[in-house]
Each structure stands twice: as structure tokens, then as C-alpha cells.
Design a protein around this ligand. Structure first.
Ligand code: PAF
Length: 281
């Protein structure tokens, strides 16, 4: 396994390594969810291909300075996880080598990013699209694996690749959960013990709304009220957003007539957790 911090060095190593090259973009603090992405990449690359993992806490996608400063950076453990899962090439750039101080070009998606995280985290998806496109260009990846937990991110990256003719196949991998249902996230380790114990209610509240749908209730108002009541039953949880959107366009719906996504972001103190559930009519 090779670990490279310099973008030009990474480009050279990626270009001369075996194909296909499958990229797993991450911000580090790797957990079982990331490890599953790397394993998927290993399978896709086969024995002759290359699995590249980027570990970069991308400053331009953070909307809160405190969140960026508190983001965990356990590099040694991350490298050990990459090695254990069979990655070949690890890219660990510094922000200064990724972004020119006077950079003036940003990739913007303007439809799918209007709601959900896009509405409450201004500039977040511009930062994500910009860094992901740079990682695609530097690595020359044939395909890239992303977690479905960040479903809006995945939809926006697919749209970017479609609209800009980026020759990278995008592969989504199912959300990995803790035994109590909490979606795995690098932010979970920052939860206070009381908050961690309470956090599974996010998933449970989404599932309760799905149970209500199964009884024949299709109105967004009723389904959202059900999920809201579940989350707000906590003394700790503070809803950042809770929305029901069309699964394809990510625009709000008033009634479930086509597949829709019930999605939420919830603050526990300073820690913001996201989760979602697809609802079928
Ligand atoms: O999902 C993440 O960890 C990040 O948003 C990504 C895709 C690595 C871009 O920084």
C-alpha cells in the first residue's frame, strides 16, 4: 500500500497503477461503513485493478467552523483500516495543496441541492462537487464508491457526472448501521453518552412514519408530523430539517404517489446526524 500526500505524485501513481481504478473518496475517521465501501471497491477492482482511497477533510464543504475544527483525524488508524481492507493507494493531501489561495472556480448543482442539507448548509454541495471532481480528475478513476447514507450527496454526484460527461461510474453502497439502528457516521464518536443512547430514535421515528404509510396514510403533513413527534420526544434532539421529497427530483411532495424519501438532519448538541428512509406508494 502506497500513501501519497502530493497531488501530482498521486496522479502519477494512479495513472501507472493497474486498471480498473476504483476510488473511495472519504474524509477519514473510517468506520465499518467506510470499510464496507473499500471492500466493495476491492471486489470491483479485482486482483489486477487498483483501489484508491482519498482521506481529506475538505474545508470548503463545511458551513460551520466548529464542525471542521472538531472533525476527527485518526490517520494512523485510518491507514491500518485501508491496509486491512486491501486498498492499494491512499491519497492524504493537505488543504493547501488542493486549493490555490485565489481559487475562483467552483462546481455548482442548482436543483437537487435546493432542499434538505443543501438548504441548511449553504455552499456544502458546491464544496463536495468541487472536491469530488478534482479527485476524479487526479485519480483518473474508472468508478467510485459512495455510501447511500448521504443520499442527497450521491444523487448530486450522479447528476454532476451526467451533466458534465465525467467518465466515472458512480456506485452507491447501502447504509451500514449500528446494532441499535443508528446509521454509522464519523460524527457518532463525538456524541455524549446520553445523546448516543437517544440517537437511535431518529431511525425509529422514520420507521414509525413508514408504518403509518402502510396503514394507508399518504399525506406528507401526517407522515412528517409522525416522524417529528418521534424525534421531538427527546429532550436532546433538535431537528435541523425533516422533509419528504420525491426520490428522483428531491423536491418536496405533498402526497406519496411515487417513491419518496423521508429525510432528516438532527442536532445532538453540536453534532449533526442525518438519516433517511425511502417510502414506496
Ligand atoms: O462523504 C464524504 O465523506 C465527503 O462528502 C466526500 C464525498 C469524501 C467529499 O469530501
Amino acid at each position: 500500500m502506497q500513501v501519497i500526500a502530493d497531488p501530482a505524485g498521486f496522479r502519477a501513481a494512479a495513472t501507472s497503477s493497474g486498471s480498473p481504478l476504483v476510488l473511495v473518496p472519504t474524509m477519514g475517521a473510517l468506520h465499518e461503513g467506510h470499510r464496507a465501501l473499500i471492500r466493495r471497491a476491492r471486489k470491483l477492482a479485482g486482483s489486477t485493478g487498483t483501489v484508491a482511497v482519498s482521506i481529506f477533510v475538505n474545508p470548503i464543504q463545511f458551513d460551520r467552523a466548529g464542525d471542521l475544527a472538531a472533525y476527527p483525524k485518526p490517520l494512523e488508524a485510518d491507514l491500518a483500516a485501508c491496509e486491512a481492507e486491501g486498498a492499494d493507494l491512499i491519497f492524504t493531501p493537505e488543504a493547501g495543496s488542493m486549493y490555490h489561495p485565489d481559487r475562483s472556480v467552483t462546481v455548482t448543482e442548482s436543483l437537487l441541492s435546493r432542499h434538505l442539507c443543501g438548504a441548511t448548509r449553504p455552499g456544502h454541495f458546491d464544496g463536495v462537487c468541487t472536491v469530488v471532481l478534482k479527485l476524479f480528475l487526479l485519480s483518473g478513476a474508472d468508478s467510485a464508491v459512495f455510501g447511500e447514507k448521504d443520499f442527497q450527496q450521491l444523487a448530486i454526484i450522479r447528476r454532476m457526472v451526467r451533466d458534465l460527461d465525467v467518465p466515472v461510474e458512480i456506485i452507491g453502497h447501502p447504509t451500514i448501521r449500528e446494532a441499535d439502528g443508528l446509521a454509522m457516521s464519523s460524527r457518532n464518536v463525538r456524541l455524549l453518552p446520553d445523546h448516543r443512547a437517544d440517537a437511535p430514535r431518529i431511525r425509529q421515528s422514520l420507521l414509525a412514519a413508514r408504518d403509518l404509510l402502510a396503514t394507508g396514510e399518504r399525506s406528507a403533513t401526517a407522515l412528517l408530523a409522525s416522524a417529528r413527534a418521534g424525534i421531538e420526544g427527546s429532550t436532546f434532539a433538535k431537528i435541523d430539517y425533516l422533509e419528504l421529497v420525491d426520490a428522483e427530483t428531491l423536491q418536496p411532495v405533498s402526497e406519496i404517489e411515487r417513491p419518496a424519501v423521508l429525510a432528516t438532519a438532527v442536532f445532538y448538541g453540536e453534532v449533526r446526524l442525518i438519516d433517511h428512509l425511502t417510502l414506496q406508494p
